[in-house]
Ligand binder design. Sequence first.
Ligand code: GLC
Ligand code: GLC
Length: 814
Amino acid sequence: MKFGYFDDANREYVITQPDTPLPWINYLGCQAYFGIISNTAGGYSFYRDARLRRVSRYRYNNVPYDLGGRYIYLRDDDSGEFWSPSWQPTRPDLEDYTCRHGLGYTIIGSRYSGIEAHSTYFVPLDEDLEIWRLAVTNRRSQPASLSVYSSIEFCLWDANDDATNFQRNFSIGEVEIEDGAIYHKTEYRERRNHFAYFACSRKTEGFDTQREAFVGPYRGWEKPLAVERGKLSNSVAHGWAPIGAHHVELQLGPEETQEVIFLLGYHENPQEQKFDPPASQTVNKKTVKPVIAKYLNFADVDAAFEKLRQYWDGLLAVCQVETPDVHTNRMVNIWNAYQCMATFNMSRSASFYESGIGRGLGFRDSNQDLLGFVQMVPARARERILDLAATQLPNGGAYHQYQPLTKRGNNDVGGNFNDDPHWLIVGVAAYLKETGDWSILDEPVPYDNAPGSEQPLYEHLQRSFQYTLDRLGPHGLPLIGRADWNDCLNLNCFSDTPGQSFQTTTNKDGKVAESVFIAALFVLAGRELAEIARRRGRTDEAQRYLAEVARMEDTVREQGWDGEWFLRAYDDFGRKVGSKECAEGKIFIETQGFCVLAGIGLDDGRAQAAMESVAKHLATGHGIILQQPAYSRYYLELGEISSYPPGYKENAGIFCHNNPWVMIAETQVGNGDRAYDYYARINPSAREPISELHRCEPYVYAQMIAGRDAPTHGEAKNSWLTGTAAWNYYAVTQWILGIRPTFEGLEIRPVVPKGWRGFKATRLFRGVTYIIAVTREGEGNQVALKVDGEPWEGTVVPAPVEGQRAVTVEVTLK
Ligand code: GLC
Ligand code: GLC
């Protein structure tokens, strides 16, 4: 069953039923001001940091869910009837409903009692504000007297405090109202120099800024007293819960349309110019007023919307493909790329599943997100790399997370996740391959943000590598620390205390438990680092790195192989994890995918054997599960992984993030059919027909699909913010379709299904457009290239002569 359809020409997903299985959300904003918005206008906004600069309120885990949003009410002033054109929060029986989630905007349209309403929500580029543009049309044969009410509930900035510190919060709320615009200025009197505003393009009949005055005592957003009565009370919030609400009247003749703009924004004043007049407590509005005036103007709003469209046209044009599979095309050309932008911006902080208060930007997460983002806006990837590296610790380790507003490492979580440092090498290598900008390696970057500690970025990479060499365990494998990629395999935790954090509790000294996964990551990162060193003329260093890599590969072969698959780890007792000797958790996906992806076992049959074991033990119709058999009870020595009921999350869920590792591994062993098959199984668009089972949005990946041990096998959770986005994009574009940036140039080496006759692609790479046509002649993966009509040796297409902007590449597969 479906709840909508893809409109590929407009790059939209169109939802045709408001009561989707879960809120199906979209993101507004892609630079500094962001919001999440559901298909019924739920969601919230923030400036840069979802925890520290929350602009509007949202209630997670509410009943009904998805409450708190950008709500507009319409009221028929003749009958007194009122409703929400976005369905929530009044949930009327709409005659017609569509929600178009597009790239950076959402349009919700509906019809009720002969009145049509369309609200377009978006954030203009380079601005810290959002526009709600409402168009109301009277489809009745009689004139209609209508009232429009806007509403937003302000958050008192720190979303965590806002939801917990009521003894203070109920007394600090402050607003100003001027020319119909509402200014939310809580804490502006003291240490803040920023405020929010909510303005309207029309003459208003009234306003409210105190929540209870608007909704009425013991009422909710579904039945606000002021709307029922048809009159706002011009309430001024002193403490309690500041909101913004406007009242606008519309007289509409038959078939007449009128429009209203509401503007919600964030603004900062220089510290010394906060007040106007300076000795007063009144917000200085000199610099914000022109911004407000501009975006209350329809022509400017049109232009901003058009600019946003062009921006996305440009970003997506970097890689467009035309394959025999509509789901591949749609995901690569539109939605997967779009999701990569969201994960790059948010890391794992703000979604319907991530409350925005728990986690800042993850070190390993953000580095991996670069794999799917770097081709879109390389300059922002560069900035992110330098920010991440600046939180690295002098010993080469890393803070697990950092707060985007302060860009400081997060002390609450700390470090000692021993995989973290290597992801920096992986991220930097991806950046270098895409851009060829080697200057980044010379950028001076501090450690732990300490002034004076700056060293070239290259040295940070060296310390990342050394970090593991300084932490080898009894079998010569890397010590795992708090966890490796799998946050829930906590081999040094041994927690028996309810509620204790599995990630930050360490009850063992950590000198025994080892990770085969980190060994594979070390091999991958070490090869990249060696190549970087070689290209910088540091041949001795390169050789040393390669020697360490070779040694680690041997160790994996000797200590990390279980006979038919790669082991996962050794626990604190030196016992195997992920072995046929184990009662449960005999085989894990991570090391099968990642060892092969890193090149381990390709020449001795282990890679093929590992892939067969994955197919036999882990692959299901809904994707590849993380391990088998699922842990049926809690294992003190394994940690959080065994805390989840079987089939969920890391305990044998289909953790979509690591499925692409197996896809890439399958391309490495030359199995295009299987690589693509695994790709198709978790492709959200391909799963659209089973939306009632899948439940999450069909246009973006979810972190997890319940595994076969779960009663809800096939049900997705935690959509949007997941490494799945970048890794799938990377797997399908660079390994299956095989269009792969390398240090040397653009490599083209597809490993696609035997049944594909070919495909076409255009790829903008280092300023040159590569127009690629692949034709299958045989059934294998042998590649022959012609570049601009001339036969070409090898698979890497060189940069053309200066000034040439396009290159055609004909690829024959035999
Ligand atoms: C979550 C985390 C990520 C981790 C993964 C597996 O997605 O954000 O860092 O690697 O879970 O535990
Ligand atoms: C939980 C989640 C895991 C996530 C971790 C870190 O353990 O299961 O996916 O990576 O929290 O926040």
